[in-house]
Design a protein around this ligand. Structure first.
Ligand code: PEP
Ligand code: MN
Length: 336
C-alpha cells in the first residue's frame, strides 16, 4: 500500500496515520522524494480502506499488490518523465538517444565526440571515467579529472552527461559534473550505493545485473526511490546465458515486460547487449520496436583504437546511419 500524503501535512497528522496503519498490523516506511511524501505500508491482512480514507493529511491511497511498490505501474498510470533541463527529457513521449565512447580517453576524443553528437542532434553523451574491468590490468578510466574536463566541454556545447558511478565515495565529487548517474551491471545489487543514490537529486539509470532478473532490477530501483530519489531510468543491457556466440543476450522480452510493470522509462543498451559491432544496429532497432523509451550506444571515431569495448563500438559513419534509422523506426512505432 502506498499512501500519498498531502503537501501541507503536519507531523501530528502524519503520526496519527502511521499509528493507524500500524494498528492494522502493517509496517510503515516514510519516503520523501523531490516530488512528494509517501508512507509505504507492508502487511498481509485485508482491511477496509475507508478506515484510512478519511484521515486528514492523506492525498491518495493505492493498493499495490506487487512486492515493489513505488516503481510499480499499478499506482502511477502516467509514465514518468526525466527532465534533464535545457529542453532535454526522457520519457515514453521523448525518445532518448545516448551515445559516446565506452571510456573517456582524453580531450581530443571528448571534443570530436561532442562535435559528432552536435552534428546529429544528439543531446546526451555517454562515457565512463570509472571503468569496471574484468582484468585489473585493463584501462580503468580517467577518473574525476577526466569527468571535469568532459563536463566543461559538454556544458559549453549543451550536451548532457551520463556516466557510471562505481562506489559511494565517488558520488559527492562526481555530483556537480553529472546529469545522469549510471549504476553498472556489476553494481545493480550494491545496496549501499543504491541507498546513497536515493539521497541525490539527480537522475539515476540502473542497469540490469549480469545475471539479474527483471524483478531484481525493479527492486534495485525501489531502493533508490524509497531512499528519496524518484528520478530513475532502467536499462536492459543483456544478461549472461549459456550462449557464447554473442557477448551477452540482449533480453528484448524485458522491454515490454518492464514497460508493463513500471512507470519508469526503459532504456536499451544494444552495444553491451550483443557485443558485436555489425549487429548493434539491428538490435537497436528491435529494441525500439519492443517499446524502449531510449537507447544507449557506444560510438568512437576509431573503434579499433578505443581503450575499451571497441569490438561493439560504432564509428561515426555507422552511428550517423543508425541515428537516421532510429528516427525512422521510432516514427513508424508511433503510427501503431
Ligand atoms: C558501460 O556502460 O560501459 C558498462 C560498463 O556497462 P555495463 O555495466 O552494462 O557492463
Ligand atoms: Mn562499454
Amino acid at each position: 500500500m502506498i499512501i500519498q500524503l498531502q503537501k501541507n501535512i503536519d507531523e501530528g497528522q502524519k503520526g496519527q496515520i502511521i499509528d493507524k496503519i500500524n494498528s492494522l498490523k502493517y509496517s510503515t516506511t516514510e519516503v520523501n522524494t523531490q516530488k512528494g511524501s509517501y508512507i509505504i505500508g507492508i502487511g498481509k491482512k485485508d482491511f477496509d480502506i475507508r478506515q484510512l480514507g478519511n484521515m486528514p493529511g492523506i492525498a491518495d491511497i493505492h493498493i499495490v499488490s506487487d512486492d515493489y511498490k513505488l516503481v510499480s505501474a499499478k499506482w502511477k498510470v502516467e509514465p514518468s518523465v526525466i527532465d534533464l533541463g535545457d529542453g532535454v527529457s526522457i520519457s515514453a513521449k521523448d525518445f532518448a538517444v545516448m551515445a559516446g565512447p565506452c571510456s573517456i580517453e582524453g580531450e581530443a576524443q571528448i571534443r570530436n565526440t561532442i562535435q559528432h553528437l552536435k552534428e546529429n542532434n544528439i543531446r546526451i553523451m555517454r562515457g565512463g571515467v570509472y571503468k569496471p574491468r574484468s582484468s585489473p590490468y585493463s584501462f580503468r578510466g580517467m577518473g574525476i579529472e577526466g569527468l571535469q574536463l568532459w563536463h566543461q566541454l559538454a556544458s559549453e556545447a549543451g550536451i548532457k552527461i551520463i556516466t557510471e558511478v562505481m562506489q559511494v565515495s565517488q558520488i559527492e565529487e562526481m555530483y556537480p559534473y553529472v546529469d545522469i548517474f549510471q549504476v553498472g551491471a556489476r553494481n545493480t545489487q550494491n545496496f549501499n550505493l543504491l541507498d546513497e543514490l536515493g539521497k541525490v537529486d539527480k537522475p539515476v539509470m540502473i542497469k540490469r545485473g549480469i545475471s539479474g532478473t527483471i524483478d531484481e532490477l525493479l527492486y534495485s530501483a525501489e531502493y533508490v526511490f524509497s531512499g528519496g530519489n524518484e528520478k530513475l531510468l532502467l536499462c536492459e543491457r543483456g544478461i549472461r546465458t549459456y550462449e557464447k556466440a554473442s557477448r551477452n543476450t540482449l533480453d528484448l522480452n524485458a522491454i515490454p515486460i518492464l514497460k508493463e510493470k513500471t512507470h519508469l522509462p526503459v532504456i536499451a543498451d544494444p552495444s553491451h547487449g550483443i557485443g558485436i559491432r555489425k549487429h548493434v544496429e539491428s538490435m537497436t532497432l528491435a529494441s525500439i520496436m519492443a517499446g524502449a523509451d531510449g537507447v544507449i550506444v557506444e560510438v568512437h571515431e576509431k573503434p579499433e583504437e578505443a581503450f575499451s569495448d571497441g569490438q561493439q563500438t560504432l564509428d561515426y559513419k555507422e552511428s550517423k546511419c543508425l541515428y537516421e534509422k532510429i528516427r525512422q523506426v521510432y516514427e513508424l512505432r508511433q503510427t501503431f
